[in-house]
Design a protein around this ligand. Structure first.
Ligand SMILES: *Cc1c(COP(=O)(O)O)cnc(C)c1O
Length: 290
């Protein structure tokens, strides 16, 4: 994970907005994509430091984090196991996990709730196994995401990201303050009631200064969509050539374009959107786009 990465900053080609740039973390890797690569970087360092050889983690059946963890483990000669929420299913994401050698343990929603207990029940006394929280959440994950800031222009006025757990946002805000930048971090929670994200961010960033939450772009909640969001993805992709996914980045870009239309930004302000990747999930969504 110490190899050089490819994540260019590209100006978006869209008739309604002139000053929007996209940090292409989605290009870092097709499988260890976007913020999941950033988070796994220091999780992996910790695993190596502690001489462990087995990543044990948690996620839903369409989790980008599971594919990323499986690929990361395989490339680094580690074993991987995932507790997958819900009854046994097959899909293209889990197929990739299995190809990368991950062991899947389907877990009903009741047992899934207590992750520490699950880990201990299966790996008690196994000192090769390393607990990796759902979505790569935690301090090590935030540390990796903080590094993104050093790769951005210092005169970025507005930085946008989508948020699930808030770990990525926390890292970004930490990075902004470490570099003493004036950048405002705009966070678009993809869950309903996203105000809790502020507490998560505070936990790892130590502050909520220069943070703005936009909690009205969840489209019904996590992994929920509405026809308006699907129409947005279709036209946005056709106009810009940039793919987004309905769970995360489409909600962020929708928010940016909506705020632009409401004259939220000044024309001379540099806006950067972090493309956190996660495009594989699109492959299971034919029905939404037909
Ligand atoms: C996991 C994921 C997120 C959410 O990141 P958090 O750090 O949990 O807030 C955002 N975008 C994409 C594409 C993701 O896969």
């Amino acid at each position: 994970m110490h190899t050089a990465i490819f994540s260019p900053l590209q100006q978006l080609n869209h008739p309604s907005i002139a000053n929007l740039w996209v940090k292409r973390d989605d290009l870092i890797d097709p499988y260890i994509s976007g913020n999941k690569w950033r988070k796994l970087k220091y999780i992996l360092a910790e695993v190596k430091h502690k001489n462990k050889n087995h990543l044990v983690t948690f996620g839903g059946a369409y989790s980008n984090h599971l594919v990323a963890t499986a690929a990361c483990a395989a490339r680094n000669g580690l074993k991987s196991t995932a507790f997958v929420r819900g009854e046994a299913v097959e899909n293209e994401m889990l197929m990739l996990c299995k190809l990368f050698g991950m062991t899947l343990i389907f877990t009903d929603r009741q047992h899934y709730k207590n992750k520490i207990q699950l880990f201990e029940a299966h790996f008690n006394g196994n000192d090769e196994a390393h607990f990796v929280d759902e979505g790569g959440a935690g301090a090590a994950g935030a540390k990796g995401c903080a590094e993104i800031i050093a790769e951005l222009p210092k005169d970025t006025e507005h930085l946008f990201c989508a948020a699930g757990t808030g770990t990525t946002a926390a890292g970004l805000l930490k990075g902004i303050h470490q570099q003493k930048l004036k950048t405002i971090l705009h966070v678009v929670p993809v869950l309903k009631g996203g105000d809790f994200i502020a507490d998560e961010i505070l936990k790892f960033a130590g502050t909520t200064a220069q943070l703005v939450l936009h909690t009205d772009y969840h489209f019904g909640g996590y992994a929920k969509t509405q026809p308006e969001l699907i129409e947005f993805i279709k036209s946005f992709t056709a106009v810009t050539g940039l793919l987004t996914d309905p769970v995360y980045t489409a909600k962020m870009f929708y928010a940016i374009m909506d705020l632009q239309q409401k004259k939220y930004f000044n024309a001379d302000q540099k806006i950067v959107a972090l493309h956190t990747g996660g495009l594989l999930g699109l492959l299971g969504m034919q029905q939404k786009f037909s």
